[in-house]
Design a protein around this ligand. Sequence first.
Ligand code: SF4
Ligand code: SF4
Length: 377
Amino acid sequence: MSLTSDIKEFALDLGYSRVGITTADSFSEYAAIMQSRGAMYEFLVQDPAVWLEVSEPKKLMPSAKSIISLVWDYSQKAFPEGLLGKVGRLYLSRSYNAPPHRINGSRYQLMLDFVKKAGCQVGQGIFLPERWAAARAGVTTYGRNNFAYAAGIGSFIVLSSIVVDAELEYDTPTVEVGCPEGCTACIKACPTQAIYEPQKLNPRRCITLNTLFTQDGMPAGLSSHISPEIREKMGTWVHGCDVCQEVCPRNRERLQAKLPDDEFLVMASRDFSLTKMLNMTDEFYETRAQPLMYNYIKERKYFQRNAAIALGNLGDPAFIPDLEQAMNDPEKLVREYAAWALGRIGGKLAKQVLETKRNLETSENVQKEIEAALLAV
Ligand code: SF4
Ligand code: SF4
């Protein structure tokens, strides 16, 4: 057996669904496209270190020859109804950039160990444009919604890669769109019109970015602020968004399949609610929010903000007492978005709460949100 087939066999034995190999050549086309999209992708392009890493693997590892692209199918088990529509399946699966002490991280670690033991030098900390690498390695094609699709699985997959110094046997690239002709279901279904043309996404309008990247201290004008226009379109999503994958015919088979339960998620969904997320206890943060949503949000106030938006969008006056409680939260960000949510729910009771809180509020930003909310009720 060759080194290439040894690597592929080991990866399949670990449970990866597909393994492909491509060269470590640059992703110059990817870099050019991102740069051509101006302000939309500034938050990525602005950081030269990140930019170098994603598009030029050989600049970080001059001896790099090959990229091993791995596909993990994260929809082999069912996702509980209570979590769907709130947290994206990718995050529920705990398989995206999982730390080494958790099962999905340890699988990747085992793969790294195998490749090293086989005599390869491995690139450290090289984050590639995974969808481009996977298409070049022949394991996925593109969707018009920008997701990568593996044949026979769909887009509910996580891609990871390993850059090595060994010259391996390269697979035939599948750098192409694999969608049925004329299908635009994802473009039509996107709640914020973030997909403005096939394969063109404005990330600043995407719900996923708005739930995760809108934190203070982010680059390129991103902050904790989410525009009211986007808030209204976020529905009940608090971490990610799956809409453009849920409507996709390339995912239909998997979405309709009867899958076994994921007992961890069944347990988590019993304790999960938007109101618990809004007025989050330490225990909820540690046992429910962090184990599922460990990738991006590092401060609980952002989970709380997202929960407030979701409750506002539900429009149910039954949530007014929870939002009233959130108006006492020590974080002004939480109070701002609770005020917005009260305005969105509207009605006499919401108005009373807002008027009472207006008289007690000390933060100018929260006062502004209260005034705007009072105009809406
Ligand atoms: S993830 Fe949601 S908001 Fe983003 S493009 Fe898809 S449907 Fe639109
Ligand atoms: S919804 Fe249609 S156009 Fe969009 S990714 Fe799926 S198959 Fe392609």
